[in-house]
Design a protein around this ligand. Structure first.
Ligand code: COA
Length: 466
């Protein structure tokens, strides 16, 4: 984008921001809200995308191999998402910032050392580090939006406790579409240019309501009594911990802050992020889009792996005992592979090194629970599994991913109901999917519609041609 375009865009956005800010005149002394800042950024970004497409739109991004059509589209360049980018060796960066940088730069709770997910959301949406005041305002805004409709409460109360928490989660989120601001605005004929506003409101509502949904599922399924009220003086993670009954454990609240931050987003192509984007592209509202994301996250090769890891570790302990030798653990890993199963928590479709989300959780464990036997077992497994996977010769990445560690930390603090773990992943993933939905509608992302081919077509195209 040329300097001249940048200057004119900046000028334009300044004047339109001035016009928009007129209705916030009474709060002029206050810092900008997320929505106000976003309204300033959108025109600049629209111009940038226009300029990139004008200059590079007809350039090839590399060949498409027939193997990629059959191989789950691995490595196929197909999507745009500025919120986070995943490097195979280095891992995730949120708007260019590593997990460690986010831990350093994002605002914290009083006395805390982990980033507040409110700040991470601001970063994902704007690319900027918010002030403490802006983050506090988000906590308050989400607390004010947190109540869920009575019929959604009843819906959850009627679910049998045997229905997996993720199915209940998806059901409740989908039902929130009843009150979608976007769906209503669309039915009233809103202009395309205005889509992002009601989508923003829905996304804020979505994130805000998740603790009440997660808390209700947890308490219903595991018989933990009534969900306590959201406390508007506390941050999002404290409230999430509180509805689960763990707010008194301040280290657990800190864990949740880290947990939500690192699970929020993992670029655009993973199943949950891409599903949200895809469904959103049909102009389904954010509740419908994120409900679909959750159904993808509930798969054992994706988010359910955090539950699977703990089940696998527990099964191993019951089979070979708690203090098994490296040799016995190795044999157990081999027996998993020979049984035609995957070793949960290991491997990745993009990563080729240890996932920094695993390392961040390991750092947390070293600080807070270095002597925990299950943590030690995770460390022992880490020393053994990559060697076995390499020897087996199939997995392209033998290293652990985020799910190899999360369950151990939750269990340590007493949250040992493994089939609830993916719900916490889901709460976190809403932050990334929501940020992406807002930007997709702001930039006018079109309906997704890739082309599929039949095997007969492929044969006809290439048979006899070298
Ligand atoms: C994440 C995952 C689905 C990525 O799949 P992928 O991109 O197809 O991975 P690869 O290209 O390395 O797979 C090549 C082969 O190695 C196998 N493989 C990959 N990871 C494996 C693991 N952890 N244990 C056993 N086998 C594994 C695959 O199943 C595949 O086997 P196949 O050729 O018989 O189908 C895969 O690594 C996996 O199943 N891991 C365990 C589940 C998990 O932890 N998921 C959470 C991811 S964040």
């Amino acid at each position: 984008m040329s300097a001249a375009i940048f200057r004119s865009v900046a000028k334009q956005s300044r004047s339109s921001a001035w016009a928009r800010s007129a209705r916030f005149a009474s709060t002029a002394a206050k810092q900008q809200t997320l929505k106000e800042r976003l309204a300033e950024l959108i025109p600049q970004e629209l111009e940038q995308v226009k300029a990139v497409r004008a200059e590079h739109g007809k350039k090839s991004f590399g060949p498409v191999l027939v193997d990629q059509l059959y191989g789950g589209m691995r490595g196929l360049p197909a999507l745009i998402w500025d919120g986070s980018v995943l490097d195979a060796d280095e891992g995730i960066r949120f708007r260019g910032k590593t997990i460690t940088e986010c831990q350093e730069l994002l605002p914290k709770a009083p006395g805390g050392s982990e980033p507040l997910p409110e700040g991470l959301f601001w970063l994902l949406v704007t690319g900027e580090i918010p002030t403490q005041e802006q983050v506090d305002a988000l906590s308050k805004d989400w607390a004010a939006r947190a109540a869920i409709p009575e019929f959604v409460e009843e819906l959850l109360d009627r679910c049998p406790p045997t229905l997996h928490p993720m199915s209940q989660f998806s059901l409740a989120v989908t039902a929130l579409n009843h009150d979608s601001t976007f769906a209503k605005a669309y039915s009233q004929g809103i202009s395309k240019k205005e889509y992002w506003g009601p989508v923003f409101e829905d996304c804020m509502d979505l994130i805000a309501k998740l603790p009440n949904i997660a808390g209700r599922i947890y308490r219903n399924v595991y018989g933990q009594g009534k969900v306590p009220a959201i406390d508007a003086t506390k941050d999002y993670s404290w409230n999430l911990a509180n509805v689960l009954g763990f707010a008194e454990k301040s280290d657990f609240v800190e864990l949740l802050r880290l947990y939500i931050t690192i699970h929020s987003d993992h670029e655009g192509g993973n199943v949950s992020a891409h599903t949200g984007k895809l469904v959103g592209s049909a102009l389904s509202d954010p509740f419908l889009a994120f409900g679909a994301s959750l159904n993808g996250l509930a798969g054992p090769l994706h988010g359910l792996a955090n539950q699977e890891v703990l089940l696998w570790l527990r099964k191993m302990q019951s089979k070979i005992g708690v203090d098994a030798s490296d040799e016995t653990v190795k044999e157990y890993v081999w027996s998993t592979l020979k049984g035609g199963q995957v070793v949960p928590g290991y491997g990745h479709a993009v990563l080729r090194k240890t996932d920094p989300r695993y390392s961040a959780q390991r750092e947390f464990a070293l600080k807070h629970l270095p002597e925990d036997p299950l943590f030690k077992l995770v460390g022992q497994v880490y020393n053994i599994v990559p060697g076995v996977l390499l020897e087996a010769g199939k997995a392209k990445n033998p290293w652990p991913n985020v799910d190899a560690h999360s369950g151990v930390l939750l269990t340590y603090y007493g949250l040992d109901q493994m089939n609830f773990y993916t719900v916490l992943f889901g709460v976190s993933r809403a932050f990334g999917v929501a940020a992406q939905l807002i930007w997709d509608r702001a930039l006018g992302a079109p309906l997704e519609r890739p082309k599929s081919y039949s095997t007969a077509h492929i044969k006809k195209m290439f048979d006899g041609k070298n």
